[in-house]
Design a protein. Structure first.
Lengths: 401, 401
């Protein structure tokens, strides 16, 4: 039996005027699976742990994040299609705007991508103390920077202070042997600042009334190492259907194939019908299909209850409606809660539904945070989920005889 | 307060046409205890782990199988009444029938036990490279083989390929220092094949139209070591009432007394009234009585829903009816699920009922996989059960003051 594993990012919420977006949403297809399946609530990492999107996805695929997580930059780089080798350090980067005192005017250079790709290319290939620098533009004001060479570590602090009006930070070592890496990073941002400040693209941007993009706001240093793949561990072939680079990156990290879907943008406007079609198109080729839908989380971070509710309704009518009768195990859950009122991740568990024709149907009829807590699966941890799925796929291994 | 701990082997199931054998069965005595007790579902080893019968029983008695499990052969040998010393290697063995190319014709020599006891005795006492071999017949085509001597390990593969039509396997080392053991095992099966092939008992079997039993299908190598007993750990005296050798073996391994019950066969035809009588007969002598009933699992492995349902009904009317008013704590659960449709163990938790006159009665009224998941005990792990029982027996220890 194949498995379809659907993650609605940040779908879990807390009550707002007595409801959550899941409680408020009209979602008959999801509720059909819920009523005919077994339900529970999932602590993706552990009770009370506020999961990041990276660590939670590792846990959902059965990779203990306390063992396998080495910083987000790695996933962003892999998700952008870059190749990494053991020991490479990868950062996420914003091209930001600072004044002469290195105080941040805008962390996103006005969210204007004009010629930023070329600007980043101007530092690509640079070498600092025998460390080779690669820089690649991804979306809008965002990119990825990779450091390649001997003796690097990701135990260093961010350059990005994560807020406007603050001075950019110096990279600091978090362990003794990180001195060298921190020094390379500081030299890199200094050189880049000099190059960007004088760059003709920025002169041109300013002439057009745009903010200059003059600073490398590096963050989320990750160190790469090859790990035992999903297929080696579980003896099943998995693929990933996602818009966001991070989710593709985690999937690539564990060796899943990435299915490129036109119109899958990782935003609230993503083409859900195209994602459903991709499930059908790849159904014969894979045992395990991971579908990630980001919009629920974006609406939560915007603090928009109604947008989150509507996104759930759109997922129900455009995506779940299409796949609900597929002959396979179906799981629907989130990677973490993102309560709209908080506009940040929280440790509240996410509802989980598990449909298979022989599963022990419980009495839960509406897929939401409150009723799923009464379901037959009880409270689960993310790390336990893959084993349960594998058993239902007939791919489990008995311990003992 | 004494405790009666009843295991219905493989009793848990998945839905088949909306029901499980427990849901379908008429079992008023079990449901009486359920309605007047507290209920839950038990993951004998952990969520998503498919338990073997050996590992699950260790866990149920509070012995972490990841620490204490050293292969099934040990339990089979102990259950057959054999004595083991530290470092002894014990195997389960089928006497099987192979052709001239060592391809298995029948893994059970036609399930015909005719003179197999004497046949096995013909290799008992053999010595190979200073390792002493013991062989003992147990039931039907089954027996136990023990290797005694210096430098042995159980990190080796089976001889038994576990299917008809396959060639027998060579024993292979699973670790460097297992080379010697694997070589002794291979020499043993070769010698036994030669002896059995030419043995007059096999000539006689063939003359009578029976299959010759010419091969030692060794499997489940276990290595023995003495562990801290049930009584030393918990300060209570326990006994075991079971038909199957494995269950008696686990009980002996942890130092319980084994009560021999005439008619307790470990099959669907076991004498349940005799087992109930054994509970009464031993009630004064022990604090903790472990009763194992195998038939539910056998019916599951046969894929027979109706037989499993009837076995549950027979357990209800012949056994539970007798013990339900005994003045003691009563626990009823399984060691694992064996869904009839799968005819194999699964990781689905097993329902658990816990009766004591002062327990926090919940609202569960029917003892089955679905309703017990809504019970007051929630989801438990096997390793936690003994501590709860001990507290209700007034034998628990406070941590702190």
């Amino acid at each position: 039996m194949k498995a379809l594993f659907i993650i609605l990012d940040g779908v879990g919420d807390r009550l707002w005027e007595g409801k959550t977006p899941l409680i408020a949403a009209n979602k008959k297809n999801i509720d059909y699976l819920c009523e005919n399946g077994i339900n529970g609530v999932l602590h993706t990492i552990d009770r009370g742990i506020i999961p990041g999107s990276d660590t939670s996805h590792l846990a959902l695929f059965g990779y203990d994040p306390y063992r396998y997580y080495r910083g987000r930059g790695t996933f962003e780089a892999l998700g952008a299609g870059l190749s990494l080798e053991k020991g490479d350090i990868a950062f996420r980067v914003n091209l930001g705007t600072v004044d002469n005192n290195l105080v941040i005017q805008d962390r996103r250079a006005g969210r204007d991508a004009y010629r930023l790709k070329e600007l980043l290319e101007s530092i690509d290939g640079m070498e600092i103390d025998s460390i080779k620098i690669s820089a690649r533009h991804t979306t809008e004001h965002r990119g990825v920077v990779i450091l390649k060479g001997e003796g690097l570590t990701n135990k260093i602090t961010d350059i990005d202070p994560h807020k406007t009006g603050a001075k950019v930070l110096r990279c600091k070592p978090l362990e003794k042997k990180a001195d060298f890496t921190a020094s390379v990073v500081n030299k890199l941002v200094d050189k880049a600042y000099k190059i960007f400040s004088e760059h003709k693209i920025n002169k041109e941007r300013e002439k057009k009334g745009k903010l200059p993009a003059n600073y490398l706001l590096l963050r989320g240093a990750g160190i790469y190492e090859k790990i035992r793949s999903f297929e080696e561990r579980y003896n099943i072939k998995g693929c990933c259907i996602a818009g966001g680079a991070l989710y593709k990156g985690v999937a690539r990290y564990i060796g899943m194939d990435i299915i490129d879907v036109k119109g899958a943008t990782g935003t609230v406007n993503t083409d859900l019908k195209a994602k459903a079609k991709a499930v059908f198109d790849n159904f014969d080729s894979y045992d395990f299909i991971f579908v990630h839908i980001k919009g629920t989380d974006s609406a939560s971070h915007d603090g928009d209850f109604d947008l989150k509710k509507k996104m759930i309704e759109r997922i129900d009518s455009k995506f779940i409606s299409e796949i609900k009768n597929l002959d396979c195990i179906k799981l629907l859950t989130g990677d973490h809660s993102t309560p709209v009122r908080l506009a940040r991740h929280s440790s509240d568990p996410v509802p989980l539904l598990f449909w298979s024709k022989d599963v022990r149907k419980d009495n839960v009829k509406n897929f939401n945070e409150v009723s799923c807590a009464e379901g037959g699966l009880g409270h689960l941890k993310g790390k336990d989920l893959m084993r349960i799925i594998l058993d239902y796929m007939n791919k489990g291994e008995m311990f003992g005889e």
